[in-house]
Design a protein around this ligand. Structure first.
Ligand code: SF4
Length: 446
C-alpha cells in the first residue's frame, strides 16, 4: 500500500512561541483526522514536520539548525518526507527552497489546514515545493480538530491573529498579516470543550491581545470577552498574555480585579523605558505613561503578578537611554522580565535606522539588565518562603510532583517542585520551603 493510503507516521518539531505551538496542535489535529499516526519520536516517524519561528535572528538560526538536523535522514531515504512550516517559509520560502533541496514542501502560516493534502502531493511526487500566501495567516476556531501537546491540563487559546500596529522593530505584521479576531462565541465554545476534556488552565495568546474585537460587529472590548470566559465552568485559571500598554483600559483592570477564573496576572511588553527609544520604536507611549500604567495596575489589581519584556540594543540606544531603562526596571520591580537583544529584521523600519549598537555592547546590556532583574526576582521569590500557594500539578516525579502557581505562566516563569503526592491536573495547596536558582520554588504538598 502506498504511504499516502496506509497513512504515514508524522513527527513534529515545534519551535518558537506558544502561538506556534498552537498552530502545531491544529496541524496535528488535521493530520490525525485524516488518518495519519503521530510519532512522539523522530526515529519512529516516516515524515518529519519542522514548525519554525522567524521572530529574531537567534530564533531563525535555531529553526534552520532543526531543519538541518533532520535533512540527512531525508537525504538518506530514512524519512519519506520532510516538510517545513510556519513563519520561516512564510518569510523566506523561495530562498529556503533554493538552499534546502532536501525539504519536500515549505508551508506558510496561511496553509496549515492543508498539510494533510500537501503530504499527499509529496507522496504522489507532485509537490509544488512552496505553499505560501503572502500576508495571510490561518486562524483556527472551535470547530478545528486539535491535539494538545503536553499533559492536557493546560492549553493555549488564540483570541486573534496578526497585528495592525507599527512597532518599527517588528516583522510580525508583515509575516502574519492584518489583525483578525475570533468571535466571543467561538472562544467560549472552545474553552468549554477544553474544560470538558480536563483542561484546568487556559492561556490566552495573540500578537496584540488588547485589540481584540475591533474588527467584529459592535466592536466588543477585551474585558467583555474576559467576563464571558470567566463563567466557563471547569476551568480554574485563565491567563491573559501580551497586552499593549496604551490599550489597557480601566474596565480591563476592573475585570481582572473582580474575576474568579481570570488570574491577576498581567503581561504587558513595554520594550523600553526611555522616551527617545520608545519614540524610535513607534510605540506611541512615553516612559511617564508607562510608569502610570504600572501604578494603575498595582493599585487596581490585588495580588498582581506583573510581567514585561524589554529590548536592549535598539539602534541609537545611548548609555543614558539604557540607564533610564535600568532605573525603570529597578523602580518598577516587575515580578517577571524577559529581555531580548535587538536584531535587524528584514522589511522593518528599524532596519534602516543608523547608529546601530555594537553587538558586544548589546550583549553587555542584555547581561546587565538580566542581572538587575535576577536580584529583584530572587528577593520576591524568597519572600514566598513559608507561605502557602495553590499549585497546578503537571507531572509526578520520583520525589514528588512538579507544577506551577497562578503567578507562573507555562515555560517562561519557572515552576514548583513539591514533596508529596498528587495527580497531574489536580490543584493542591503547597507550602514554599525554599527558592532554587532564584526562580523555581521548592515546596511540600499540605
Ligand atoms: S504590537 Fe507586537 S506584534 Fe504588533 S507590531 Fe508591535 S511588537 Fe509586533
Amino acid at each position: 500500500m502506498p504511504p499516502s493510503e496506509q497513512k504515514a507516521r508524522v513527527h513534529f518539531h515545534s519551535l518558537g512561541c506558544p502561538k506556534n505551538q498552537l498552530d502545531t496542535e491544529v496541524m496535528l489535529g488535521a493530520l490525525a483526522l485524516d488518518g495519519y499516526a503521530i510519532a512522539e519520536e523522530l526515529e519512529d516517524a516516516d515524515v518529519a514536520i519542522v514548525n519554525t519561528c522567524s521572530f529574531i535572528e537567534s530564533a531563525r538560526e535555531e529553526s534552520i539548525q532543526a531543519i538541518l538536523d533532520v535533512a540527512d535522514l531525508r537525504d538518506s531515504g530514512r524519512l519519506r518526507a520532510l516538510v517545513v512550516t510556519g513563519c520561516l517559509p512564510q518569510r523566506y520560502g523561495d530562498e529556503l527552497a533554493r538552499e534546502l533541496p532536501e525539504v519536500d514542501a515549505f508551508v506558510g502560516t496561511g496553509r496549515y489546514p492543508e498539510v494533510p493534502g500537501i503530504l499527499e502531493d509529496v507522496f504522489a511526487g507532485r509537490s509544488r515545493g512552496i505553499y505560501v500566501d503572502a500576508g495571510r495567516t490561518h486562524l483556527y476556531d472551535h470547530t478545528s480538530p486539535r491535539i494538545l501537546i503536553g499533559g492536557g491540563h493546560s492549553a493555549y487559546v488564540k483570541t486573534s491573529e496578526g497585528c495592525d500596529r507599527v512597532c518599527t522593530f517588528c516583522a510580525i505584521p508583515g509575516i502574519r498579516g492584518r489583525f483578525q479576531s475570533r468571535t466571543l462565541e467561538s472562544l467560549v465554545a472552545e474553552c468549554r470543550d477544553l474544560a470538558r476534556a480536563g483542561v484546568k488552565e487556559v492561556n490566552l495568546v495573540a500578537q496584540d491581545q488588547t485589540s481584540w474585537g475591533k474588527d467584529l460587529p459592535g466592536r466588543p472590548r477585551l474585558h467583555s470577552l474576559l467576563r464571558g470566559l470567566d463563567d466557563v465552568d471547569g476551568l480554574a485559571w485563565i491567563r491573559l498574555l501580551y497586552l499593549y500598554p496604551t490599550a489597557v483600559s480601566d474596565e480591563l483592570i476592573e475585570t481582572l480585579a473582580a474575576a474568579r477564573r481570570v488570574l491577576p496576572y498581567v503581561d504587558v511588553p513595554l520594550q523600553h523605558a526611555s522616551d527617545g527609544v520608545l519614540k524610535a520604536m513607534r510605540r506611541g507611549v512615553t516612559a511617564e505613561r508607562q510608569w502610570r500604567l504600572v501604578e494603575r495596575l498595582r493599585a487596581g489589581i490585588p495580588d498582581l503578578t506583573l510581567r514585561t519584556t524589554f529590548i536592549v540594543g535598539f539602534p541609537g540606544e545611548t548609555d543614558a537611554d539604557f540607564e533610564a531603562l535600568l532605573d525603570f526596571a529597578r523602580a518598577a520591580r516587575f515580578d517577571r522580565v524577559g529581555v531580548f537583544r535587538y536584531s535587524d529584521e528584514e522589511g522593518t523600519a528599524a532596519q534602516t535606522l543608523g547608529r546601530k549598537v555594537p553587538r558586544e555592547l548589546a550583549r553587555e546590556r542584555h547581561r546587565t539588565l538580566l542581572e538587575v532583574q535576577r536580584q529583584i526576582m530572587a528577593e520576591k521569590q524568597e519572600a514566598l518562603v513559608g507561605s502557602e500557594v495553590e499549585l497546578l500539578v503537571e507531572h509526578r516525579h520520583m520525589h514528588g510532583v512538579a507544577g506551577r502557581t497562578a503567578s507562573q505562566a507555562p515555560e517562561i516563569d519557572g515552576g514548583v517542585f513539591a514533596k508529596g503526592s498528587a495527580e497531574p491536573g489536580e490543584l493542591v495547596r503547597a507550602r514554599v520551603l525554599a527558592v532554587r536558582d532564584g526562580v523555581d520554588l521548592e515546596a511540600e504538598v499540605v
